[in-house]
Every structure is written in C-alpha cells, then in structure tokens.
Design a protein. Structure first.
Length: 162
C-alpha cells in the first residue's frame, strides 16, 4: 500500500511569493548574490526560459519564473513591462544598512535610504534589476501601539523627505 500524497508539502505552508521576471535565470543568480538566497531548483523549458525556479531565503521559499505572455492572454506581467511592482517583499535582517549595501553592490537601486522609522524599525527599500521591490528592516525599539501612533502623528506633521 502506498503512502498518501501530502496535500501541502513540508516547507511550503502559508503564502509563497511567486515572482514573474523578465530573464528569471539572471534574477535567480542576482538573488543568490544580493540576498544570500540558496537555489533549490530551476527548470528550463524547451526555449530556455525558466518555467519554474525556487530559492530559499531566510528559511522561506520564493518561487520565480520567466514571463510567459503567450499563456497569459498575450500580456506581459513582469514589473519591467508593467512599469513597476505593486508588491514589496519585506525582510527583517540583523543589519538593514549592510543588507541594502549588499543588494546595491549586486545591482539593486535604492528607492528609499535606510532610516530610523516611527514604528521602531530601521527601514530602507531597494528595487532589483528585474523591477521587484525589497524592503529591509532591523527592529531597533519596542513600542506600544499608542507610542507608535504618537510617533506617526509627529512624523506625518513634517514635510516628506525628498
């Protein structure tokens, strides 16, 4: 008698980001270099585009694949074709500044420099060469919801940084 198929594979519980990329093989290599990701697998189709790839990042899975507009109503869905991404991938890291520096050295662009934020994190944002945005945060101060609200109100009463 065979073992029943596991409905949810171990390690794949919960939401998994699945990135659509233009040149997913290059994106995979970038994530390894820029973020220290570990490649789990890559499966190229007959034309060389990646049908599916998996990386592990901070103990979590991230899927990625090349854009296949021919299977999506003829429309490209990668952030470069769409003019940007509507989702930011957030990572807590031990050193926000070092994580951003590593990403920039690998080819990412700073969208928002790292700074101490009103909610108690040091936080910054980069865009990778494939159009995906990555936020880095290091928690630096525990705050109550009331303290955060007061800090937010004080922050929002000042002009936005340029």
């Amino acid at each position: 008698m065979s073992t029943p198929v596991q409905k949810i594979p171990t390690g794949l519980e919960g939401p998994i980001p699945h990135l659509c990329c233009k040149n997913a093989a290059a994106a995979l290599d970038f994530y390894i270099k820029a973020f220290g990701a570990t490649e789990v697998c890559r499966m190229a189709g007959p034309d060389g585009r990646l049908m599916h790839a998996e990386i592990q990042l901070d103990g979590r899975m991230v899927f990625l694949a090349d854009d296949f507009p021919e299977y999506c109503g003829g429309k490209e869905r990668n952030p470069l074709a769409l003019g940007g991404a509507s989702v930011t991938i957030h990572r807590y890291v031990a050193d926000c500044d070092a994580a951003m520096e590593r990403a920039v050295k690998a080819g990412a662009t700073v969208v928002m420099p790292a700074m101490d934020m009103f909610w108690g994190d040091r936080y910054g944002l980069v865009s990778d060469p494939f159009g995906h945005q990555w936020a880095f945060a290091t928690h630096i101060k525990d705050m109550t919801p009331d303290e955060m609200m007061q800090a937010m109100q004080a922050c929002m009463s000042e002009p936005a940084p340029k």
